[in-house]
Write a protein of this length. Structure first.
Length: 233
């Protein structure tokens, strides 16, 4: 939960945005948006100390040295899946054909065996979707298996890169976040310009009020708008 962790670090530590972005794997502009409360989503902070990902000693090191890079604590070794088909929750099994159809349409270089290992299905099902003989083919709509929760983006990217290398083609570059990043930069820039404009307007209003008060009291020289000369009032 990188965004929630970054929110907690922004609110509870003196770490720099660069240190937080590096630790959480985020862009520094995302951390800036969280700090300025301009992010599209309001995140509830997640304490990395209680999650045993950081120690207070590590945080203090980072606070005392802006160039220091936080080191995550090594957690317990995750249980790795051994041989056998990937387990898919019952609620998501009906989405498998949609995910398979998406991979077949967008990445034809991936073999049926690789798709079966990624999605957790059989070659028979994949072939039926390929030749459109599947019993429910009329209702199958290609959908990204990552969005459906059938696999992770990292697993899919690794499989696509491996299949592309084997086929002798260039792996596609994921540019889906480019538009979001540009929009975030534009939003932050617009927010900064608005803050500058409001500050200038407040300063001008304060100066005008002070000049008016001084004019009423007759203690401040007034600049003649026509001649440009100062005269006491």
């Amino acid at each position: 939960m990188p965004h929630a962790t970054a929110s907690w670090l922004v609110d509870n530590t003196a770490l720099s945005f660069d240190q937080i972005a590096e630790f959480c794997g985020l862009h520094i502009l995302e951390v800036q948006a969280i700090a300025d409360d301009t992010a599209a989503t309001k995140y509830t902070g997640r304490d990395p100390v209680r999650a045993h990902e950081l120690t207070m000693e590590e945080i203090h090191k980072g606070e005392s040295d802006p160039d220091y890079r936080l080191k995550i604590q090594k957690g317990p070794e995750p249980v790795r899946r051994t041989k056998g088909p990937r387990y898919t929750p019952v609620s998501k099994r009906q989405d498998k054909p949609d995910g398979i159809a998406w991979i077949i349409r967008n990445h034809p270089e991936i073999s049926d065996g690789a798709i079966g290992n990624l999605i957790g299905t059989t070659r028979t099902t994949i072939q039926a979707i390929r030749d459109r003989s599947h019993w429910n083919i009329a209702n199958i709509v290609p959908k990204d298996p990552v969005t459906l929760g059938l696999c992770s983006q990292r697993e899919l990217d690794a499989l696509v890169a491996k299949a592309a290398k084997k086929a002798g083609i260039e792996a596609p570059t994921d540019s889906r976040l480019d538009g979001d990043r540009a929009a975030l930069i534009e939003e932050l820039r617009r927010e900064r310009d608005d803050n500058v404009r409001r500050a200038e307007e407040a300063l001008q209003a304060e100066s005008a009020a002070a000049a008016e008060a001084a004019f009423i009291n007759g203690t401040t020289p007034i600049l003649d708008p026509f001649s440009g000369n100062k005269s006491e009032v």
